[in-house]
Design a protein around this ligand. Structure first.
Ligand SMILES: [Zn+2]
Length: 352
């Protein structure tokens, strides 16, 4: 089906047309026209989009769910339900995040994700692979990840995980200071996986070493990591100096103070800042208790708190602040092109 959105504000990383028309045929953009253009065609093929912004979809490489649906699940249909729900938030593609499970590897959850990824009958947003957040992370920076979920790096176990994920593992978050993590980084890099450091207490020197070994991504900068201090600069200083490494940012204004958000973007530029939601299943749902991998949680001020009754703003944004994005369209690149550029599907992105 072909249709045209008329009189819309059209924005992508190189274009800003205050009033234009965009014609779409099936899944492809056929034409983008400037203000004077009056599209031909039947009325039902022309949609008046006056006052609306049309922009590329958000590629969310770090989300645990939303709309009441968990991505860390043994039920493939729950993941499919998320793909149908999430486009209303602006997300058009994403990685399926899987976390740890007590005293084991999350094999049933990974198999559910693989079942969805191996079957292209998905409606809505497109799952692009798996992000395994842990279980090889530091208990001292665990955030909402329970101690019983955490594991010590093990080469045989990684081979098992690579086999289970059947070529769909795209991103793995680990703490590089753990014993055995260096060998694991090399093993994953050799297998073509993007390795991210996160939930980490790594020093600046340990983070630099991890980057030398092949780490090219940093999980939710500022959150669940050794902070940047003047005599103990930690992973953020190592990230700032490595021009090929990208850093995630939970851009809800709650997990990271807006001034710190701006400082990170100034430090990395939109080309190296990857905006994420780190959303949990309660994202977009009216206030209600929910669970994160079986652990009770609730939403407070748009962020999840894994310890009901405490005042700590916890692990997950409800969604990226659309106001922040609209005010800072310069950073559109950080939600559209940058998240996808280093992953195997980047060839489908417009390369500019
Ligand atoms: Zn997460």
């Amino acid at each position: 089906m072909q249709f045209t959105l008329r009189d819309a504000h059209l924005i992508d990383v190189t274009t800003d047309i205050a009033r234009g028309a965009i014609t779409i045929d099936g899944t492809q953009i056929q034409a983008i026209e400037c203000p004077e253009y009056s599209p031909d065609g039947q009325d039902d093929q022309i949609i008046d989009a006056t006052g609306m912004i049309v922009m590329p979809g958000f590629i969310d490489v770090h989300t645990h769910g939303g709309g009441g649906y968990n991505l860390h699940t043994t039920d493939a249909d729950e993941i499919r339900a998320y793909t149908r729900w999430t486009p209303e938030t602006g997300v058009t593609s994403f990685l399926i995040a899987v976390v740890g499970v007590p005293d084991s590897v999350p094999e049933p959850q990974l198999r559910a994700a693989v079942e969805v990824l191996n079957n292209n009958q998905v409606v809505g947003a497109e799952p692009l692979g798996i992000h395994l957040e842990g279980p090889y992370i530091n208990v001292a920076r665990r955030g909402a990840h329970q101690p019983s979920w955490l594991r010590t790096p093990d080469e045989i176990e990684i081979e098992q995980l690579l086999a289970i994920t059947d070529g769909h593992l795209r991103l793995l978050t680990l703490a590089p200071e753990l014993p055995g993590a260096s060998a694991m980084i090399c093993q994953l890099v050799n297998a073509g996986i993007t390795v991210s450091m996160g939930h980490t207490d790594a020093t600046y020197e340990q983070a630099q070493e991890a980057i030398k070994l092949g780490v090219t991504h940093v999980t939710h900068c500022f959150n669940a990591m050794r902070p940047l201090l003047h005599r103990s600069p930690g992973p953020l200083a190592a990230l700032a100096q490595a021009k090929h490494v990208r850093g995630e940012l939970i851009a809800d204004g709650v997990h990271v103070h807006p001034a710190a958000m701006n400082a990170l973007v100034k430090m990395l530029g939109p080309e190296r800042t990857v905006v994420i939601t780190d959303a949990l299943s309660a994202a977009g749902v009216p206030k209600a208790p929910f669970d994160f991998a079986g652990q009770p949680a609730q939403v407070i001020f748009g962020a999840a708190d894994d310890q009901p009754g405490s005042s700590r703003a916890g692990r997950a944004s409800e969604r990226v602040s659309t106001g922040w994005l609209r005010r800072r369209l310069t950073y559109l690149r950080s939600i559209t092109v940058t998240p996808g550029h280093y992953l195997p599907w980047s060839g489908r992105l417009c390369n500019r």
